[in-house]
Design a protein. Structure first.
Length: 221
């Protein structure tokens, strides 16, 4: 298969006003989902940028920061630090602020490089590429990215890939999906795109999300 780079949009290391944050988690639907696989409490956070980050723990009604460790373990009574005696605390039923500001955002970009593109697999064509987070706030897992034949305006969606884990700031993830037709011509990968023009992640710069390459006769006999 012959490939020729057609266009690459400029992907800065950091977008404007991008910052660092914690993993965003889905709100549990029932009691069985309110604990992580190891049995520790699970903290839920709204999907949108509604405020600054906070410590993702709250284990009981009579919560104080010192009555539960960061890993979800409850300290022994003999080693428990009395909240009101710890400098800077004395804040019963209050939490501590996290490191992310309310304005922090991820900044998702796409990359198609040598070794990416398409691979015939029986009756389907496997399309692959990378999505990167140039911000410093993590993007949640299952974020969609879409491969198009031509540009998104052409309306020819090949397939939609999803990340399997959160994409931390400064990291990249390989994504792939199967197209049901032969691929020939310009292929565009758009990060944070559900194939219908929608986004699942609020970004600080939504205009640098795509990369393209020209693919010649992939899957054609």
């Amino acid at each position: 298969m012959h490939r020729q780079r057609a266009m690459r949009e400029r992907n800065d290391l950091r977008g404007p006003d991008c910052g660092h944050g914690r993993r965003r988690q889905r709100v549990p639907r029932d009691a069985s989902e309110r604990r992580s696989p190891d049995g520790n409490p699970r903290a839920a956070r709204p999907a949108g940028p509604v405020g600054a980050s906070s410590r993702p723990l709250w284990n009981q009604h009579a919560y104080s920061i010192t009555n539960i460790d960061d890993d979800g373990k409850v300290p022994a009574a003999s080693s428990w630090l009395q909240n009101w005696k710890v400098k800077g605390l004395n804040n019963f039923r209050q939490n501590v602020q996290g490191v992310a500001a309310a304005t922090d955002r991820p900044d998702m970009t796409a990359a198609l490089a040598a070794g990416d593109g398409c691979e015939p697999r029986g009756n389907v064509i496997r399309l692959s590429g990378r999505v990167c987070n140039r911000g410093t706030k993590a993007a949640g897992a299952a974020m969609p990215s879409t491969f198009y034949l031509g540009t998104p305006k052409d309306g020819r969606t090949l397939c939609v890939a999803r990340t399997t884990e959160p994409t931390l700031g400064g990291s990249c993830a390989r994504v792939g999906c199967d197209a049901l037709e032969a691929v020939s011509g310009m292929v565009t990968l758009v990060a944070n795109d559900d194939g219908k023009g929608g986004r699942t992640t609020a970004e600080c710069n939504p205009d640098n999300n795509r990369d393209t390459m020209v693919v010649t006769a992939c899957g054609q006999h």
